[in-house]
Design a protein around this ligand. Structure first.
Ligand SMILES: NC(=O)c1ccc[n+]([C@@H]2O[C@H](COP(=O)([O-])OP(=O)(O)OC[C@H]3O[C@@H](n4cnc5c(N)ncnc54)[C@H](OP(=O)(O)O)[C@@H]3O)[C@@H](O)[C@H]2O)c1
Length: 245
């Protein structure tokens, strides 16, 4: 699938990696980009930059009514980018209660699942297309300081595999993107080096064009992926040193 001429929908488009997705899609010739945001007024400068190709969309992926409205309106989508996510930086035992773990599952697992379900028939009707799920290298191994975030991304990796299998006969490519630390508001307190958000978006769009099902943008993620392939238990033990504050 080529980005040039595609019609994309990006969740969490107002900032961070989502904003980089929108900019990269426009630069690579997407015919239209639906930019989803909880507060669409925060997309004003992107609307200007889009020169008629950028369509702002109110979209909270935890709200079924927003998803239904988006699926009703965006019938021409060929590329769904499930980018929106949260990291409440909570441990599994250290957290006061289950609130963070539940919120992360709502946004990072149930949200993308609901979006995949809503847009699968639309993608099929438009020839198959592709889904990008923004996961994390922490989908592959738990980082205890972000224990519940890691679990939600592991769930999202499993959903990605299952959705890929169910949509294979539709001709829909389903891509798992698993970066390490990226330089956005989400990880403002994480020490450098961090991947530029534009690099994460570029690697994801390259994967779509190459038909790749998994991509590990940046040195941190590719190094950890290689480490997991060589000795997964050693990587788990290494990350076990990073406990919740
Ligand atoms: N930064 C990293 O180190 C890193 C690493 C691996 C993976 N990721 C993943 O990459 C994706 C983007 O993260 P980022 O670094 O760009 O984070 P970010 O700068 O914090 O941006 C998160 C985006 O998601 C949106 N969002 C949150 N909850 C939402 C909801 N319920 N409905 C719709 N939009 C919602 C936010 O909207 P508001 O502005 O309204 O809050 C914002 O646009 C996430 O899935 C994240 O888990 C990030």
């Amino acid at each position: 699938m080529q980005i040039n001429g595609s019609v994309a929908l990006v969740s969490g488009a107002n900032r961070g990696i989502g904003r980089s997705f929108v900019e990269a899609l426009l630069a690579r010739g997407a015919a239209k980009v639906y930019a989803g945001a909880r507060q669409p007024e925060r997309l004003a400068d992107l609307v200007d930059a889009g020169k008629g190709r950028l369509v702002p969309l109110k979209l909270d992926i935890t709200q079924p009514a927003d998803i239904a409205a988006a699926a009703g309106r965006c019938r021409d989508v060929t590329l769904l980018v499930n980018n929106a996510g949260i990291n409440l930086q909570a441990g599994l035992i250290a957290a006061h209660d289950l609130a963070a773990a539940r919120a992360e599952m709502e946004t990072n697992y149930f949200g993308p699942l609901a979006m995949c379900r809503a847009f699968a028939p639309i993608l099929q009707g438009n020839g198959g297309g592709a889904v990008i799920n923004m996961l994390s290298i922490l989908a592959r191994v738990n980082l205890p300081m972000y224990g519940s975030l890691s679990a939600s991304k592991a769930a999202a990796l499993s959903l990605t595999q299952g959705v890929r299998a169910e949509l294979a006969t539709h001709g829909t490519l389903v891509v798992a993107v698993m970066p390490g630390a990226v330089d956005t508001e989400m990880e403002r307190n994480f020490p450098p080096p961090k991947l530029a958000p534009a690099e994460a978006a570029r690697a994801a769009l390259d994967a779509v064009e190459q038909g790749a099902e998994e991509v590990y943008p940046g040195d941190m993620a590719s190094g950890m992926s290689q480490g997991l392939a060589a000795d997964a238990k050693a990587v788990e033990k290494d990350l076990a040193k990073y406990l919740p504050a």
